[in-house]
Design a protein around this ligand. Structure first.
Ligand code: PEP
Ligand code: MN
Length: 379
């Protein structure tokens, strides 16, 4: 059960303390308090964990300081959508809104190789009106002998160049908690020219200790990729680890799954799960067509499979697209075969726009039609 308290309630006030005293006296119930910082107000949510079936929601609703009571199911307590749950499905970061209604493209380098390529990428993004990117500094590689990323060394120039070209958010995978400190240090050293969305990759989806630590910090939002060899539900529980530790600024990433039917793509493309995740949880959903498709193959009409997969995800409501680009894909140190060329960015963005417009039209049509259909069926 979740109690949503009056906005901006002071945690030192008598009302708050009396309420917590009362709730603490309930038998077999543990409390967990979450504060959700918005741009205009701070929301306080109190989670009642344990056997809540005997507690009447109506009684709690009348307590001073309580605005709403939501009875939640066991699954995805913090991030899930529950009955009568009108909690928000967005967060704000760096002046951008990330929600189930918005769309942001994060085109960029799978792995940072040198400052020149980073600058070419950033400049192209700016010239095409983009304010987000992806930049891999810490690369989790299958072989220990493969390039592991330039790691801490590249952070200052990545952040400086992001600032220079007006990039507000850089999605960056971390593979170990110490890298959060390294990122923080580099941001401090460069004067915070940009923001970072920490990415947890598919190989770490169930690295629970990493999830707990990343969840305990609230400075950076998190993009959690689904695990490529586990169920969707297991991956959503992993997202819940972040939120249960306090960080609700979580985007859920679909990047394809390993199946024996993955051919001809690197992974089985899973964009059909976009509306599923949006229905089960309040998280914005990201698609990663590059890691799902894994090549620059194209259909007979000339549209690249990466663009087809992107359009398929966007037309069903994806909120973020993480996509590999590279100035010289054949020289990229990681995942060159799936990278799009900088010259393809305007085409890619226009294609995304077509799919987004189609999604909006479909959502508007559903809004008008569904009610009519339902009421005519009832009659
Ligand atoms: C990546 O985005 O660079 C990456 C390694 O992705 P994934 O964890 O989905 O394989
Ligand atoms: Mn990659």
């Amino acid at each position: 059960m979740i109690l949503i308290l009056s906005s901006n309630i002071d945690s030192k006030s008598d009302t708050f303390n009396r309420l917590l005293d009362h709730l603490s006296s309930l038998d077999n119930i543990q409390l967990r308090v979450h504060r959700v910082q918005g741009t205009e107000q701070t929301l306080t949510e109190v989670y009642l964990l344990g056997n809540t079936s005997a507690i009447a929601a109506e009684d709690l609703k009348t307590l001073p300081g309580v605005e709403r009571v939501v009875r939640i199911s066991e699954e995805y307590r913090v991030l899930g959508r529950h009955n009568d749950d009108s909690r928000r499905a967005h967060f704000d970061y760096q002046g951008l809104r990330f929600g189930q209604d918005t769309l942001h493209v994060f085109a960029g380098l799978c792995a940072v190789d040198n400052a020149e390529h980073v600058e070419l990428m950033m400049r192209t993004l700016r010239d095409n009106g983009q304010v987000c990117t992806r930049m891999g500094a810490y690369k989790p590689r299958t072989s220990p002998y493969s390039f592991q990323g330039h790691r801490q060394k590249c952070l200052p120039y990545v952040f400086d160049l992001a600032g220079k070209y007006g990039i507000r958010v850089v999605a960056m995978e971390i593979t170990h908690e110490s890298q959060i400190d390294e990122i923080n240090e580099a941001l401090n050293r460069t004067g915070h020219p940009t923001g970072v969305m920490l990415q947890i990759g598919t190989r770490n989806t169930q690295n629970f200790e990493l999830l707990k630590i990343v969840g305990r910090q609230q400075e950076f939002p998190v993009l959690l990729k689904r695990g490529f060899g586990i169920t969707l539900s297991e991956s959503l529980h992993a997202a819940e680890y972040l939120a249960s530790e306090g960080n609700q600024k979580v985007v859920f990433g679909l990047r394809g799954v390993k199946t024996s039917m993955g051919d001809p793509h690197r992974n089985f493309v899973d964009v059909a799960d976009v509306p599923v995740v949006k229905r089960l949880t309040r998280m914005p959903v990201c698609i990663d067509p590059s890691h799902a498709v894994g090549s620059r193959s194209a259909g007979p009409e000339g549209i690249l499979d990466v663009m087809h997969a992107t359009a398929q995800g966007v037309i069903v409501g994806a909120n973020m697209v993480l996509v590999d680009f590279h100035p010289e894909p054949y020289r990229a140190l990681v995942d060159g075969p799936q990278a799009l060329r900088l010259e393809e960015l305007p085409w890619f963005l226009e294609d995304v726009e077509i799919a987004r417009e189609a999604y909006k039209k479909r959502a508007a049509l559903a809004g008008v039609t569904r009610q009519n259909v339902l009421s005519s069926v009832r009659r």
